[in-house]
Design a protein around this ligand. Structure first.
Ligand code: C2E
Ligand code: CA
Ligand code: CA
Length: 811
């Protein structure tokens, strides 16, 4: 009497064959039993028969009219098929009864669109019920006279058929892989038997009525049908109310859903139960990718599967109407767009498939769910934005320090924390544009992540990165690690059409030795990094002394900014003289700064800081303006004395610098050939092509160019050939050694030779002794500059010095 297999999911061919085999066995058993029962028919001689086919509509009606029960929180549905079964036993021959049951079973399967495997089983099991009941009846009843004993036996026969059909159903469920546990089986059997007692009694009443008179039985049948319809209507209403309450509670409790979070699975499972489905599938689409979440309720709990892939592989599809019975889908609508599709499969518990009513519920739930998923995504995006650097997708400063704190707590061993600055980042950004700057950072990110896949890599500011990991994985020697990092990340890089050279400043700290919280460690690593940058040297490991230095540096930078805007930066001048005749050939302008509280600060301290703080532009402008103004003043009294101004790499590459120089020359109204710009040779190494372009532009203004500190850098003598310069300044280092060191002498001689061959003048700087001067003159150096001739002096002193020289040329 139970319409049994509610699982359509016979997953493999083997299982299907097994179920077919079982169905066939049941059918053969039924036919065998029927041979027994038909020998003893009719049960009572002289019984009136009814047309066999009248059982068909009776069976169809009772199979369609199911009654749902809940027993110990399990839902069961039973059918009223005992009524036609009881009637058939007495009034229709067994073979015809079996035929009627089979036809009705087939009709029922077609109406329910059951798959063949399920249909065959249900038909076979129905046939077996008829055969078992007929056999029991034919063996027992003929010995009794119709009365209470007969009716009792009949009820017993129904109970036996129910136990058999419950057992075969359990077997099929096991075969298709959705077996019940023993408790579920027993409670379903108990509820089935109790329903059987009630409906069996109805069958008995129907038979008794047919024995007495036809019209009584018609009235009884109508009453029973009316009661059943009322019961069903009541059940349906109660179920709808229950669902409405659940829906309301669900919507009330629904917060943002983040599907990347495990905590969202119970929510999906709740949706599945709300929609009374065995399986729920959520297909989402975003940024050209699709995501499929499947939640299935199994005997051992909820199963969640996710798969993510290319959107072109599986597009969410909305299937409506046609296959309403097996599954139904509804769109998940967000605020502006379709978020995805929600599908549920296999209605839970009862034999009923999804109906239009369920589809309406699905649509309501899908609309709520779409909004919740969209809110969840928004929340995740926001929290991502708060923790992730949008360009590199690395953890930002906040997130890096949070993760570093976590590392500190987790590791008993030491940590190595390294701050890295990309030295040329600002130059690239300013001269080649932000896009190339971004490319540079992405390239550094790529190299860092490749070199240290297991370390924490974060971006902590403009061109600054952080790397941290347990020292047992990175090595114990911080400065060795710094060197290793530089060799792995530094070097040439192609950024789109532009080729550049990546160079890093690296500062290291050890945790917890150098600090026990992330903030302190990062700050100290950065202090060490700035120190490395400042000294243009190798990796620096933090020491307590840097703390003081760092504070001083900060104070100096702030004061320098102030000094530049208030005009507190002055210029000192140091003359250059002809090596052979001591005539004044020009002066070098050197920035000077005396701070009211900090005292005189040497350019050796503030120039690198100005470079690091991006203040070289304004500093160069003020030196240019002051020195050219002074130069113009001397011109009136002392004749044409040229002035040389130092220009740093960053300033030279600045696209606005050439225009700035031209504007200053014009505003002061001075001949450009009185200005020499001193460039250190390092400039040209960083970005040779751009440097040469800028140099040519400056020379086109009529300005002279000089290579400062020549011989200290990487350059060879031959590289001079390609440079648009007028002068070479031999570094003080060679001048210091010239008297005692034959090597230094040889270098000076070679520089002079090649410079003269190229038509360049040669200046020696840092000349302190007569002996040095004499040797330099002998080697062919054109000009000398140094304390021997004069120390740098203020503008007024310079004017007086020049005047004195004019009055008595050779001092
Ligand atoms: P530099 O361009 O090589 O300047 C020469 C430095 O050597 C000056 O130091 C000068 O005072 C010093 N000097 C000159 N003759 C002698 C000598 O006989 N013996 C010794 N021991 N030193 C001598 P200063 O003024 O301290 O400048 C240091 C550096 O700061 C300069 O080196 C230059 O690179 C930079 N600098 C100074 N002013 C400016 C500026 O306005 N712009 C730029 N970009 N850099 C500047
Ligand atoms: Ca210089
Ligand atoms: Ca120099």
């Amino acid at each position: 009497m139970r319409d049994t297999v509610t699982t359509t999911g016979v997953s493999s061919g083997v299982r299907r064959v097994a179920v077919h085999g079982l169905s066939l066995a049941l059918l053969l058993l039924a036919l065998g039993l029927l041979r027994v029962s038909s020998q003893h028919w009719p049960l009572y001689p002289g019984t009136q028969t009814i047309p066999w086919w009248t059982l068909i509509p009776a069976y169809v009606a009772t199979l369609r009219l199911t009654l749902d029960f809940e027993f110990r929180s399990e839902a069961f549905s039973v059918t009223l098929s005992q009524v036609p079964l009881a009637i058939g036993l007495f009034f229709v021959a067994p073979w015809l009864h079996l035929a009627a049951r089979t036809v009705a079973g087939l009709v029922n399967c077609v109406l329910r669109r059951q798959p063949p495997v399920k249909a065959f089983y249900n038909v076979a099991s129905g046939a077996l019920e008829v055969a078992v009941a007929s056999t029991i009846a034919s063996l027992v009843l003929p010995a009794m006279t119709p009365g209470p004993r007969v009716w009792g036996t009949l009820l017993l026969a129904f109970a036996v058929t129910d136990v058999i059909s419950s057992l075969t159903t359990a077997l099929v469920l096991r075969l298709v892989g959705s077996g019940q546990d023993r408790r579920t089986f027993l409670s379903s059997l108990v509820s089935c038997l109790s329903a059987s007692a009630v409906f069996g009694a109805l069958g008995v009443i129907a038979v008794a009525a047919l024995f007495t008179d036809l019209w009584t039985s018609v009235v009884i049948a109508a009453t029973i049908a009316g009661l059943i319809l009322a019961y069903r209507a009541n059940r349906r209403l109660a179920a709808q109310q229950q669902q409405a309450v659940e829906l309301h509670q669900f919507v009330q409790a629904l917060g943002p859903i983040d599907l990347e979070d495990e905590a969202s699975i119970p929510v999906l499972d709740r949706v599945r139960l709300l929609l009374l489905a065995e399986e729920l599938e959520l297909t989402l689409q975003r940024h050209g990718r699709h995501e499929r979440h499947v939640v299935t309720g199994g005997p051992s709990g909820t199963v969640h599967q996710v798969n993510v892939g290319d959107a072109s592989v599986a597009r969410p599809q909305l299937m409506t109407g046609a296959s309403l019975e097996d599954h139904m889908s509804a769109p998940l609508a967000g605020m502006h767009d379709l978020v995805g599709v929600l599908t549920v499969r296999q209605r839970l518990g009862t034999i009923r498939a999804f109906e239009l009513r369920d589809l309406r519920l699905l649509e309501t739930v899908a609309a709520e769910l779409g909004g919740a998923i969209e809110r969840g995504r928004l929340q995740r995006d926001l929290s991502r934005a708060a923790t992730t650097d949008p360009l590199t997708q690395l953890p930002n400063l906040n997130e890096s320090s949070r993760q570093l704190d976590a590392l500190l707590r987790r590791h008993q061993v030491g940590l190595l924390i390294v701050a890295v600055a990309v030295d040329s980042f600002r130059e690239v950004n300013d001269t080649l544009g932000h896009e190339v700057g971004d490319e540079l950072l992405l390239e550094v990110t790529r190299r860092l992540c490749l070199a240290y896949p297991d370390a924490l890599v974060g971006r902590i500011g403009g061109g600054r990165f952080l790397i941290a990991a347990a020292s047992d994985s990175l090595g114990n020697d911080a400065s060795m690690f710094g060197l290793d990092l530089r060799t792995k990340v530094e070097g040439g890089a192609q950024l789109g059409p532009v080729g550049t050279h990546i160079r890093l400043s690296v500062g290291c700290v050890r945790g917890p030795e150098h600090g026990d919280d992330a903030a302190t460690l990062i700050r100290r690593a950065e202090t060490a990094m700035y120190s490395a940058r400042y000294s243009h040297g190798g990796p620096v490991v933090w020491e307590p002394a840097y703390e003081v230095e760092g504070q001083r540096r900060l104070a100096v930078v702030m004061a320098l900014r102030e000094a530049l805007s208030s005009g507190a930066i002055g210029v000192a001048y140091q003359p250059k003289v002809g090596a052979s005749d001591d005539s004044v050939t020009g002066v070098e302008a050197l920035a000077r700064w005396t701070h009211p509280a900090l005292g005189a600060i040497s350019p050796a301290e503030f120039i690198p800081l100005a470079e690091a703080a991006g203040l070289m532009g304004p500093l160069t402008s003020t030196v240019l303006r002051q020195s050219l103004t002074a130069c113009k003043g001397w011109q009136r009294r002392a004749g044409r004395i040229g002035v040389a101004v130092n220009v740093s790499a960053h300033t030279l590459l600045d696209p606005l610098f050439v225009t700035e120089v031209a504007a200053i020359l014009t505003s002061i109204d001075i001949s450009p050939d009185l200005l020499t710009l001193e460039l250190t040779e390092g400039i040209v190494v960083d970005d040779p092509e751009l440097a040469v372009v800028r140099m040519s532009e400056l020379r086109a203004l009529g300005v002279k160019l000089s290579v400062d500190d020549f011989g200290t850098g990487y350059s060879s003598l031959t590289y001079l050939k390609g440079l648009p310069v007028d002068e070479v300044k031999i570094d003080k280092g060679f001048v210091d050694g010239i008297v005692h060191d034959a090597g230094d002498r040889a270098v000076v001689r070679a520089v002079v030779d090649i410079a003269h061959t190229l038509g360049l003048r040669v200046v020696a700087e840092g000349v302190e002794q007569e002996e040095q001067h004499a040797l330099l003159a002998q080697l062919g150096v054109d000009e000398a500059q140094g304390y021997l001739h004069a120390r740098p002096m203020a503008g007024l002193a310079m004017a007086q010095w020049l005047r004195r020289r004019e009055q008595s040329p050779v001092l």
